[in-house]
Ligand binder design. Structure first.
Ligand SMILES: Nc1ncnc2c1ncn2[C@@H]1O[C@H](COP(=O)(O)OP(=O)(O)OP(=O)(O)O)[C@@H](O)[C@H]1O
Length: 221
């Protein structure tokens, strides 16, 4: 379980997170919603220990698989080399790379340079890298961007597999429909804090998530 308590983070001396408290339970997908610049990526990075909080506490709940978007890999590396590098860094067996290549539909791209891949294929590689360690906590930053329909369906299976094995999963996204469809919980970040936490069923009666979201972030629907 990811636990974040009263987390404050500054970037370039500006306060970005101003007291975030959030619990991301095991065996569930929690979607993190919020407008551009709200601090979603900053929160994911803080959970991964990549940015230093100025106050508060963060506990990722154990090993973490990290997806920070499609462009964090060295574009000169092949897909296989990149995944082997991640495997070595996370102490998982090299053989797992071949398993993940297959699961992600990347067998045919394994020896291609990452810089030569399209956005959606780079995104698949980035998602695959996050799955590689088999961690109990996995965070994804906009994993759906650029994915074609096949890959988006694959990503749904990824989420189901993760929750099926009890992982704590946090996904930052702007895709409200997908959050409603595949999320167990929704958390809205605005003004440096979590301003709303919901279950998808809160919107099952026809209430519009978009309208609720806009209300939460302080705009009129
Ligand atoms: N490395 C950095 N240096 C300075 N400021 C930063 C840095 N990273 C993020 N910020 C600032 O922190 C704020 C939050 O950015 P962040 O990327 O976390 O938002 P976000 O919610 O993920 O946005 P988006 O939906 O556009 O991806 C923004 O004002 C951004 O300019």
């Amino acid at each position: 379980m990811i636990s974040v308590h009263e987390l404050r983070v500054h970037r370039a001396r500006r306060p970005v997170l101003q007291g975030v408290t959030l619990a991301v339970p095991d065996g569930a997908v929690t979607y993190l919603l919020g407008r551009n610049g709200a601090g979603k990526s900053t929160l994911l990075r803080a959970i991964a220990g990549l940015v230093r909080p100025s106050a508060g506490t963060v506990d990722p709940g154990g090993d973490i698989g990290l997806h920070l978007g499609p462009d964090t890999a060295d574009p000169g590396h092949t897909v296989r080399r990149h995944l082997r590098w991640i495997a070595a860094g996370s102490g998982c067996p090299r053989a797992r790379v071949d398993d993940v290549l297959g699961e992600a539909g990347l067998d045919g791209a394994a020896d291609t340079r990452i810089g030569a891949l399209s956005l959606g294929w780079r995104q698949r590689v980035a998602v695959a890298a996050a799955l590689l360690p088999g961690a109990g906590t996995v965070v994804f930053d906009e994993p759906l961007n650029g994915l074609d329909i096949d890959a988006a369906l694959w990503f749904r299976d990824v989420l189901a597999d993760l929750t099926g094995r009890g992982a704590s999963v946090l996904v930052a996204t702007h895709h409200l429909d997908e959050a409603l469809r595949t999320g167990d919980r929704l958390a809205v970040l605005a003004g440096g804090r979590i301003v709303g936490e919901h279950l998808p069923s809160d919107f099952a009666d026809g209430a519009s998530l978009e309208a609720a979201y806009l209300r939460m972030i302080g705009e009129s629907a």
